[in-house]
Design a protein around this ligand. Structure first.
Ligand code: AHM
Ligand code: MG
Length: 335
């Protein structure tokens, strides 16, 4: 018997677009361009460990090209490709202080916020990292976009997702109609639908938190995390602890298996009073994904991440994200 043909991500995007006769195809085009950037980064990530062996760890590689650090490479790849894709009016990257303009003459109707390689401390040690992205419709009417276009609530995202460079490369994204997961077949360079309509379990199997910060957490967070570690058969507790230190990888595991990721505010670093994670290109896109998959995302004072009106491009936000019933329970501790 013939095996059914796999659904490629492009096929999926085109089929989804058909359900919206009013669609212009711009969002599909934008996603396609991002996917190409993701595949380019994936190929480079896979070669990273060979850099020394192939004599590419110095300043130049065997082609005589300057070797970039992986995070720099990822940032440049997305920036350059997306600046002239024709669908964007402005971008923001974790790697750049200011908003990034698109090329003159290529202005489009969307904005893009991205973390080119999330999990930066894991880059050099062969542990999972990923690219996170968030797309909004522009607010201004034409021309180059501005900060006003970038500073929009997570609730108004039109698409969000990530590409995870792990044992396989996976693309997980939503356009507000559920969450779909695709796995890259490197032999043909194509993403195939491998995880249709992802729903996250309502209870957490895993707890992901940096316990090293415990002494610096507020008391209510300590009590809540202790509760997650207490025996409770009905709630499937104690949760097992799993913490990679790459938000995107911790999130992905929890999305599939059921889990709760917590990065609360702490008093360790006075210059980071709201924890470490950024709203526009870390918390908000993952919050859209988790809601679409049946979970929840809130701050450590109980505000829905998607309802926060951003006031700066690199704003940080305390994050509690994951299985619905456990996030509901957190709310009780937060008052
Ligand atoms: P990055 O985007 O520079 O990698 O920083 C964010 C990362 C997250 O991926 C991860 O969840 C967190 O920082 C880990 O922080 P910590 O080492 O404090 O636990
Ligand atoms: Mg990051």
């Amino acid at each position: 018997m013939n095996k059914p043909l796999g659904v490629t991500v492009i096929r999926h995007i085109v089929d989804s677009q058909r359900l919206h006769p009013e669609a212009t195809g711009d969002l599909s085009g934008l996603l396609n361009e991002l996917i190409v950037a993701g595949k380019t980064i994936s190929a480079e990530v896979n070669m990273a460990g060979l850099a020394d062996i192939l004599g590419m760890s110095g300043k130049t590689n065997i082609q005589g090209e300057k070797v970039q650090k992986l995070d720099e490479f990822a940032n440049n790849t997305i920036k350059k490709r997306m600046a002239r894709c024709g669908y964007l009016c402005v971008m923001t990257s974790e790697e750049e202080d200011d908003a990034i303009p698109v090329e003159d003459g290529y202005e489009g109707k969307y904005t893009l916020a991205f973390d080119p390689l999330d999990g930066s401390t894991n880059i050099d040690v062969n542990v999972n990292i990923g690219t996170i992205f968030s797309v909004h419709r522009r607010r201004t009417k034409w021309g180059q976009g501005s900060r006003e276009d970038m500073l929009q609530k997570g609730r108004d995202q039109v698409a969000a997702g990530y590409i995870l460079y792990g044992s396989s490369t996976m693309l997980v994204f939503t356009t507000g109609e559920g969450v779909q997961g695709f796995t890259l077949d490197p032999s043909v360079g194509e993403f195939y639908l491998s995880h249709p309509d992802i729903r996250t379990p309502v209870r957490s199997k895993y707890l992901s938190v940096n316990e090293g910060n415990r002494n610096y957490w507020p008391e209510n967070i300590r009590r809540y995390i202790d509760a997650l570690k207490e025996k409770d058969k009905e709630k499937g507790r104690p949760c097992s602890c799993r913490y990679i230190g790459s938000l995107v990888a911790d999130f992905h595991r929890n999305l599939i298996a059921g889990g709760i990721f917590i990065y609360p505010r702490d008093n360790k670093n006075p210059d980071k009073p709201y924890g470490k994670l950024r709203l526009l290109y870390e918390a908000a896109p993952l919050a859209m994904l988790i809601e679409q998959a049946g979970g929840r995302a809130i701050t450590d004072d109980g505000i829905n991440i998607l309802d926060i009106e951003p006031n700066s491009l690199h704003q940080r936000v305390p994050l509690i994200i994951g299985s619905k019933l456990d996030v509901d329970e957190a709310q009780g501790y937060l008052g």
